[in-house]
Design a protein around this ligand. Structure first.
Ligand SMILES: Nc1ncnc2c1ncn2[C@@H]1O[C@H](COP(=O)(O)OP(=O)(O)OP(=O)(O)O)[C@@H](O)[C@H]1O
Length: 391
């Protein structure tokens, strides 16, 4: 199977002793929508620029559609880039903006000149195929009525669509997008997410999308590469990253509100304890180590079942989110707020008030265990009831 994009061992430093990318390997299938996600400065844009050919890696290889492009100029790579600043030419109409990449690649220098160009042989024919291509892509993005306008006469979302149209008009096999929605207001961003997903389905090209917004990555991607300090912590589907995070930092990055982390310990027999009490799970570990037990807000309940891990806590804050509530509760004796997601229906007939005492509980089977190196540990058994009344 030919890959849409293959990265092997990419390294990059701008300053010695300060690597920005550390041995990046990534295999992206043709037609896949992959997001590179991670906090500011983790190296996402640098990686995208290396894929585009705007930056050279210190070591490693890049192949697009099975063709090695590591040393090729950007324009020889059959890629399109869309940036957060749409970089539209303000003095040109929308039609001229979209046509520019084709004019640059299909008409030679003399044929592009305003007056002389008209005399260049074959120019008219090329121009009319360019105009047709512009109209086709404008139809696809439903911006045909805007072709005569200048960028200043467009809304943010319309500008974004023009930038996309300009990227699409060359029919690239790989789209590279660097936070293309970050300049839009929240409502439009949600709308454009849907448009980008539809567009991806229609054009069938490979998309690599940089964002620091995990919700964007989760809602649009086939797979997500979560980066930290120049390395990929996990590459998987949104549900893999959510349900089986490979690393504590992946667990903390993905999910809103974020996952709850409790300090845990693993003894030399592999027995897990949390907040000083045993949590009847065994792991394959030969060394005693500090660990973390992480539980998603929706896996915490306000009533205990017999097999649950149970805390006594005080309700500190209630946030209304329409059909659900986010509760913030402080376990007895701990300086920590536990986030709990509950549906409005679950609270019917059970009015809550800030300051009241709560029993909060989770099934140990819903918890994720991470070792002292932050890596996920597989727990073989979580079965006996445990009470963690106080620290
Ligand atoms: N041309 C450059 N010269 C020196 N350092 C650079 C250069 N470009 C990027 N860096 C540094 O490399 C690191 C990674 O930057 P990069 O822009 O790739 O991160 P990012 O994950 O895209 O961040 P953001 O989400 O803030 O855009 C940062 O520490 C940045 O300061």
């Amino acid at each position: 199977m030919t890959l849409g994009l293959e990265l092997r061992g990419l390294d990059k430093s701008f300053e010695p002793e300060n690597p920005v990318l550390r041995g990046i390997d990534l295999s992206i299938r043709r037609g896949e929508f992959v997001s590179l996600v991670g906090s500011s400065g983790c190296g996402k844009s640098t990686l995208l620029r290396i894929i585009a050919g705007l930056e050279q890696a210190d070591g490693g290889r890049v192949a697009i559609d099975g063709r090695e492009v590591t040393y090729l100029e950007p324009k020889a790579r059959r890629i399109a880039m869309v940036f957060q600043s749409y970089a539209l030419y303000p003095h040109m109409t929308v039609a001229a903006n979209i046509a520019t990449p084709l004019i640059m690649s299909r008409l030679h220098f003399l044929a592009r000149l305003p007056l002389l160009g008209a005399l260049a042989p074959g120019r008219r024919q090329v121009r009319s195929t360019i105009d047709r291509a512009v109209e086709e892509v404008a139809d696809q993005l439903e911006i045909r009525p805007l072709l005569g306008r200048k960028p200043a006469q467009l809304s943010g979302g319309q500008r974004q669509r023009v930038a996309l149209a300009r990227a699409m008009v060359r029919q690239p096999s790989l789209f590279l997008m660097d936070e293309p929605l970050s300049n839009l207001d929240a409502k439009l961003r949600v709308h454009m997410r849907g448009e980008l997903t539809d567009l991806h389905r229609r054009v069938g090209a490979t998309f690599v999308y940089v964002t620091h917004d995990q919700v964007e990555a989760m809602t649009m991607s086939d797979r997500i590469a979560l980066m930290e300090r120049g390395a990929i912590l996990q590459f998987g589907t949104p549900s893999e990253l959510y349900s089986a995070p490979a690393n504590l930092r992946v667990a903390q990055f993905i999910g809103t509100p974020s996952i709850n982390c409790f300090p845990a310990e693993i003894d030399s027999a592999g027995t897990v304890s949390c907040l000083g009490r045993p949590v009847s799970g065994m792991v394959t570990s030969e060394t005693r180590q500090r660990a973390s037990l992480a539980v998603r807000p929706e896996s915490i309940r306000l009533s205990a079942r017999s097999e649950d891990v149970v805390f006594g806590a005080t309700l500190r804050r209630i946030e209304h989110h329409g059909s659900e509530y986010i509760l913030f509760a402080e376990p007895q004796g701990r300086d920590q707020l536990v986030r709990i997601r509950v549906s409005g229906a679950a609270l019917e007939g059970q009015p809550l008030a800030e300051g009241q005492a709560l029993t909060i509980a989770f099934s140990a089977a819903d918890a994720h265990l991470f070792g002292s190196d932050d890596r996920r540990m597989d727990v073989s058994l979580f079965d006996a009831p445990v009470r963690l009344q106080s620290a």
